[in-house]
Ligand binder design. Structure first.
Ligand code: SF4
Length: 378
């Protein structure tokens, strides 16, 4: 029988600059620190193998960031070999790499395809050059089209496009045109996110000093509603609050996360969930690349109670719009039935969740207030 955690994530903590809205951990790309990062990453994989955490045949691999495509082609090759030298990667293994226009080249796309990558996620964000500049992106719309041509020419079969909704300056008609541009590119999957103003970002500072004004909540909701309708009309099923897929094209890595599966994360800032244990590596390339005091990189580690673990998994699972049944969560924490039923019945009275037989799901109002639903279940 296979042992080990079958969903693996690698965080590449480098970008070619900083987007004004971004709250993820990343550093500006430089070749020497990136080489040291790859040395440390190899070490972290080795230690996970020694602890029996790695599988022989992973089900999903996900290289995210940051911007993995900012690595040079030799570094990208080294990163892929971390997987191909260790694991038996089959046609059933979903292997995703996040990329950005401007740093993904035809050569890199070919290298990824030859390594076995079968899914690429491209950070398009907008089909307007002024909006891309407003967001602090370092690429143009032309480069979006070039990257997609490179991905297709390389023969990578599955493509996700990321889009940001409700950017100031994009009115309802312009947003519909954005969606039509995206649909015309025939991606297999689309992720559509609100532009969240995260504390500490340049955008938050600009908003505070009146130099930039965020869209209203009402506008955000209308833009997401438009996306849901237009994408449904084009054959994309909204299976998670921010994610839409053609039949058979849901992201299996993220699904595993939402459905309560265990996963291992590698690299600075990467998080892991194994049984009741949670750990997150310190978000620092410097400390990740400095010789570790123990066999492990600096990290925050905690062990949850059975009830907290099950509640956390349940709260994430509610993001799936087909809904959930309580049974798998009750199997983890049978004593929590009364507490969850009380919370769910209150949410149902408030119109945020609905129930059909054993299946619970978010209502339209619940989708808009998903954080409230999650808090009630935690
Ligand atoms: S490319 Fe992505 S990770 Fe990098 S700064 Fe922009 S949003 Fe953040």
């Amino acid at each position: 029988m296979q042992t080990g955690v079958v969903h693996l994530y690698v965080h590449v903590p480098f970008c070619d600059g900083a987007c004004r809205y971004c709250a993820f951990y990343s550093e500006r790309f430089d070749a020497a620190p990136a080489d040291r990062y790859l040395d440390a990453l190899t070490h972290e994989f080795h230690e996970a193998g020694n602890r029996g955490l790695l599988p022989k045949v992973p089900r999903t691999l996900y290289i995210g960031g940051g911007t993995p495509s900012v690595l040079d082609i030799h570094q990208l090759d080294r990163l892929c070999r971390l997987f191909t030298d260790r694991f038996h990667i089959t046609r059933e293994t979903e292997w995703t790499v996040e990329t950005n226009p401007g740093s993904l080249t035809r050569d890199k796309a070919v290298l990824l395809q030859q390594a076995g990558v079968n899914r690429v996620s491209l950070g398009v964000q907008s089909f307007s050059d002024p909006v891309l500049r407003q967001l602090g992106r370092r690429h143009t719309v032309r480069q979006v089209y070039d990257s997609i041509a490179d991905i297709r020419a390389a023969g990578i079969p599955s493509l996700n496009l990321d889009l940001i909704a409700a950017v100031p300056g994009i009115d309802a008609a312009a947003w519909r045109r954005h969606l039509d541009h995206a649909i015309a590119l025939v991606p297999d999957h689309l992720s559509v996110y609100d532009l969240t103003v995260e504390p500490g970002t340049p955008l938050a500072r600009a908003a505070r000093t009146g130099k930039w004004q965020a869209a209203t909540v009402d506008t955000e909701l209308r833009r997401i509603h438009t996306a849901a309708l237009r994408l449904a009309g084009a054959g994309y099923h909204r299976y998670e609050i921010s994610n839409y897929a053609r039949p058979g094209q849901r992201c299996r890595h993220n699904l595993a996360f939402w459905q309560g599966g265990d996963y291992l994360g590698f690299g600075p800032a990467a998080a892991s969930r194994v049984g009741l244990d949670r750990w997150t590596n310190r978000p620092s390339v410097k400390s990740y690349c400095t010789p570790w005091k123990s066999d492990l990189p600096p990290r925050r580690f905690e062990t949850l109670s059975t009830e907290t673990d099950a509640s956390e998994r349940l709260a994430f699972a509610f993001r799936l719009l087909d809904g959930i049944t309580l049974r798998p969560f009750l199997d983890r924490a049978p004593g929590h039935r009364a507490r969850w039923m009380k919370a769910l019945n209150t949410l149902r009275k408030d119109g945020l969740v609905s129930r059909q037989g054993p299946r619970w799901k978010l209502t339209d109002a619940g989708i808009r207030l998903a954080d409230t639903v999650a808090s009630a279940l935690l």
